[in-house]
Design a binder for this molecule. Structure first.
Ligand code: GAL
Length: 414
């Protein structure tokens, strides 16, 4: 296993004001291309430039990052890895095991990351005791977003159970409004599925199913009920849903064409970028049920040659976890800072709810990694689950058949 430690020269050069400093450069692969996402990544580009860095942008459009990950694999196979890559969850360790990541421990230690990051987040950034990624934020996945005027005009309160959600959806449909804005892409189906599953299985059931891959839970009556609810939701989306990008679904909620969207809080970044205010124009609530599904964006540095590139990696890592970036970026992105010491005064009510629920879930044992966003499982297992979820959602497959396929798919993927 080959792992590369930052050249002592570049790390030291960065730290010392007197040294002859390399010119930091970074080619950054990411999938932040929607309105809110682009605004957020621009914050990092600006900070990098303000600190003497030269940024080469490599955006790969496609929500959830599937296309970006294919592009990454192609680049690494060609022996030409980008310097910095948006990468998260167990995929970080998978790439580490291929021996292609740089060790950013020198920066992490100099900046005291261990003191400012929660242990659960820091754990995702470590590879065999070294720091191999820098966390950007905490996105919560299990949210429902709603158009405030549409709910009010139809006498509907934000649902607190799936039955209430279904009743609201029936009423909206009868009034000619699309109940659920959804984009038919596998990762979006998976996002809705895991939010439904958290509510129906409960935090313990979720952990058993999507962290421990417990067969009894995967094939339980509760899991059948999860697929039943997915079938019900399928009846609430409009006929044009296949292939739609998630931010276009968010726009449907914004303009009142649809009432709800079940999506992580990057959707809030879209509302905010369009000048919409939480509590006035749009509402946020966690999906029915207990728990918190987290999705931590992070960047890993790939093993590249050249002092300028390595200085760029060190600078980028330092800025990403720095308090100023963590605040401004997350104000735009819809997430909350990964650092625990960033004041949330300027953040909105949805962010406050997220922070409060995250603390409570962490204390109560219901803080859970998102499977749909690559935080819980390795790619083969999460992909196997998503294949079943999406083929159920897009066919008339029964829920009983879906759980059978789920168990088989998982067994084959191990
Ligand atoms: C998630 C990612 C978010 C957001 C979203 C939609 O996987 O963590 O930052 O970009 O995809 O693209």
């Amino acid at each position: 296993m080959k792992n590369v430690v930052f050249g002592a020269v570049s790390a030291a050069a960065l730290m010392s004001a007197n040294a002859v400093v390399a010119e930091p450069q970074a080619e950054v692969l990411h999938w932040w291309t929607s309105g809110g996402e682009a605004k957020s990544v621009a914050v990092l580009q600006q900070e990098f430039a303000d600190n003497g860095g030269t940024w080469t942008d490599m955006p790969v459009a496609g929500g959830g990052g599937d296309a970006a990950m294919s592009a990454l694999r192609a680049r690494v196979l060609a022996g030409n890895a980008p310097t910095a890559v948006q990468l998260k969850g167990p995929a970080i360790q998978e790439w580490y095991e291929e021996g292609v990541l740089a060790d950013i421990s020198a920066v992490a230690e100099a900046e005291g990351w261990a003191d400012v990051l929660p242990a659960s987040i820091a754990g995702h950034m470590m590879c065999e005791g070294t720091w191999c990624a820098a966390p950007v934020n905490v996105h919560r996945v299990d949210w429902i977003w709603a158009n405030a005027d549409v709910l009010e005009a139809n006498g509907i309160a934000m649902p607190t159970t799936w039955d209430e959600f279904n009743a609201a959806a029936e009423k909206l449909q009868a009034a000619g409004i699309i109940p659920l804005a959804h984009g038919g892409q596998a990762w979006q189906d998976a996002t809705v599925f895991e939010a439904v599953a958290l509510g129906i299985l409960g935090p313990d059931g979720f952990r058993k199913a999507f962290v421990e891959l417990d067969e009894a839970t995967l094939t339980s009556d509760e899991m059948i009920a999860v697929f039943d609810q997915m079938r019900t939701l399928r009846g609430y989306v409009d006929p044009n849903f296949p292939g739609r990008d998630w931010n276009l679904a968010t726009a449907m909620v914004m303009n009142g064409e649809a009432a709800f969207q079940i999506m992580g809080d990057w959707a809030k970044g879209e509302f905010l970028a369009a000048g919409k205010a939480p509590g006035e124009d749009f509402l946020c609530a966690s999906v029915p049920g207990e728990g918190f599904l987290y999705n931590v964006d992070s960047f890993a540095m790939f093993d590249v040659e050249g002092e300028d590139n390595q200085a760029g990696q060190a600078l980028l890592a330092k800025l990403i976890v720095g308090p100023s970036f963590q605040k401004v970026f997350n104000l735009n992105k819809g997430s909350i800072p990964a650092r625990v010491d960033v004041a949330l005064d300027e953040f909105d009510s949805c962010a406050h709810l997220s922070a409060k629920d995250m603390t409570a879930s962490s204390e109560g044992g219901s803080l859970l990694p998102s499977y749909a966003h690559g935080m819980a499982l390795r790619g083969a297992q999460s992909g196997a689950i998503t294949d079943v979820v999406t083929s159920h959602f897009n066919s008339d497959m029964s829920s009983e058949e879906a759980v059978k396929q789920l168990a088989t798919a998982i067994a084959n993927s191990l």
